[in-house]
Design a protein around this ligand. Structure first.
Ligand code: F0G
Length: 547
């Protein structure tokens, strides 16, 4: 008879070695609740939710009162993080000085520690030293500043001569650019006009909006595995390297910089491999074009590299993050995701790079922009206490046990939905589940009926909030007919806030979706009562059920 403690230790240990779905039942979360919020409403308040949804919100999920959602609020993973006790403690130590508050120095130090030495101010704090960190109140404010200053700098340098696109561009790529250029206001139909092109694996919609606003053409170059829906390929967020090479070979003058969004939110929260990042670096270096990240979910991306990419198993997430960022000339970031903050964003510029070489006045100009719009650069539109919370958030977000649990929870939620028969997009990404609405309705989702909106409305009646990111959010109305997004995407997204929900909450949302799925033939489309022709219409429109 072995010692009973030895016997049971080996039994318990064996459970932890089971495949992750099974071992999950034996593994507690790597944190526990230290403050909770009672919801103040009940899952049984169906009639009240009907009244709010129909009378107040006009079936628009953004306009539904959050305090009346008893279940999961999966509208976004942005700014919705439950902060840690350490973050709250750091906030209490916030120093609200107008200039050079303590949080500013903490955040600057932590940005260097998290992203690597290139992002640390090199020479200490002497007057005239170049700042690598420019703080803004959120990601899109940073993007707006970035493209405002960039377009000014480009104009000063002189626009490229107005000439047609090169005949050596891949034909499909060329016609995609021409089509896209036509939809950028200010270009009319004349592709020979001078214009700049900003390529990315996939731009997020605010980045795209900010690029277009400056009369530049945002261009998505997602990898083929993504377009072909190859579900076995683990890095579907990658960029298409052949198209990038061809673009830079023939139209380098028009490309002020190249982007990669990590993880690729628009493409389903899919990660980008280190290999792809390195190859993009190599191509952009050869053509002397700056390379930037939209870095919102950098830690989740690094976790996927560690788990799925050859040669990275056993490497520390912290080291993978630094390796990723060693390849970039700059990045902008919304700290509302992997900063684990409720607010905050930034631009970071490497001191010596293609970018600073090409645009030597940029850092100074962006500082002026901060002063005009966000306040002194040492607080950038944030309270000193927010900066403290962000520094602490950046310390937490790369912890292995945090990321293991965070992403496993998202995957379990997606796995549960798939097991219930709901058509989720595979492979499941890092922060959200995407439900394919065309498949959900067996292809019966007519373009003009916006069944995705109907689905989100009925989820609110059930007590949970999800977000339509499909024909309504990404399509447009030309006055006569709907123009669907290209390539066609018709998803509803359930984004999982960080550190906020337990599996039980998410599984309750899954059960509600299953009920809707089983009765999908009873779900009508919606009529747009207001806002169909507006820009950014999904934030503002009102709807009613058809029939
Ligand atoms: N870039 C990406 C990839 C994003 O996902 C977001 C925001 C932004 C930039 C803008 O940052 O919100 O701080 O201004 N995404 C949120 C979402 C809103 O729900 O996916 P922000």
């Amino acid at each position: 008879m072995p010692n009973p403690i030895d016997y049971f230790i080996s039994l318990f240990r064996g459970q932890l070695d089971l495949p992750s779905e099974l071992s999950a039942y034996y593994r507690p979360r790597p944190y526990r609740n230290s403050a909770v919020r009672f919801r103040g409403c009940s899952i049984a308040d169906f009639e009240e939710r009907r009244r709010i949804l129909v009378d107040e919100a006009g079936l628009n999920a953004f306009l539904f009162r959050a305090d009346k959602i008893p279940g999961c609020d999966l509208l976004s993973d942005s700014g919705t993080t439950t902060m840690t006790s350490e973050q709250w403690a750091a906030m209490l130590l916030g120093d609200e000085a107008y200039g050079s508050n303590e949080g500013y120095f903490d955040l600057k130090e932590q940005v260097g520690a998290t992203f690597g030495p290139a992002w640390r101010q090199k020479s200490g704090l002497r007057v005239g030293d170049r700042e690598p960190l420019f703080i803004f109140h959120q990601g899109r404010a940073a993007e707006n500043a970035f493209f405002s200053v960039l377009s000014r700098e480009l104009k000063q340098k002189g626009l490229p001569a107005p000439k047609p696109l090169s005949g050596d561009l891949l034909p499909e790529l060329r016609s995609r650019i021409e089509r896209r250029a036509k939809t950028v206001k200010g270009h009319g139909t004349a592709s020979p006009q001078p214009f700049f092109i900003v390529p990315s694996n996939s731009h997020f919609d605010t980045t795209e909006g900010n690029i277009e606003d400056k009369f530049m053409v945002p261009l998505n170059l997602p990898c083929r595995e993504h377009l072909a829906n190859d579900e076995t390929f683990p890095f579907r967020g990658n960029m298409d390297l052949d198209e990038l090479e061809n673009l830079l070979e023939n139209e380098r003058e028009r490309v002020p910089l190249v982007y990669i969004t990590i993880t690729n939110n628009t493409g389903g929260g899919q990660p980008v491999s280190m290999e792809n990042i390195k190859r993009v670096r190599e191509i952009t270096r050869r053509h002397k074009v700056p390379f930037f990240f939209d870095a919102c979910r950098f830690a989740e991306n690094a976790w996927f590299v560690q788990q799925k990419e050859e040669g990275y198993a056993g490497r520390r997430v912290e080291d993978i993050v630094r390796e990723m960022f060693a390849h970039a000339d700059g990045f902008h970031i919304s700290f509302k995701k992997d900063g684990l903050g409720n607010i905050g964003g930034a631009i970071c510029l490497r001191e010596e790079s293609f970018f600073t070489e090409k645009f030597p006045h940029f850092a100074n100009e962006i500082t002026d922009y901060q002063i005009m719009t966000e306040g002194h650069p040492t607080y950038g539109g944030l309270a000193g206490r927010d900066l403290k919370a962000l520094a602490e958030g950046l310390r937490t977000v790369t912890r292995q046990e945090y990321l293991d649990y965070r992403i496993a929870q998202v995957q379990r939620f997606g796995g549960r939905l798939a097991a219930l028969g709901i058509p989720v997009v595979h492979p499941i990404g890092g922060h959200a589940i995407y439900i394919d609405i065309d498949k959900f309705f067996d292809g019966a989702a007519r373009d003009d009926e916006f069944k995705g909106i109907a689905f989100t409305s009925l989820m609110l009646i059930a007590g949970h909030r999800v977000c339509e990111l499909g024909l309504y959010a990404f399509g447009s109305f030309d006055g006569e007919k709907e123009i669907p997004p290209e390539p066609r995407v018709n998803n509803v997204r359930a984004a999982v806030p960080r550190l906020a929900y337990e599996d039980q909450d998410l599984f309750a949302a899954a059960e509600a979706m299953k009920l809707l799925y089983d009765h999908r033939d009873r779900i009508p489309g919606v009529r747009v009562e207001y806002g169909r022709d507006l820009k950014l219409r999904h934030f503002k429109s009102r709807f009613s059920f058809l029939g």
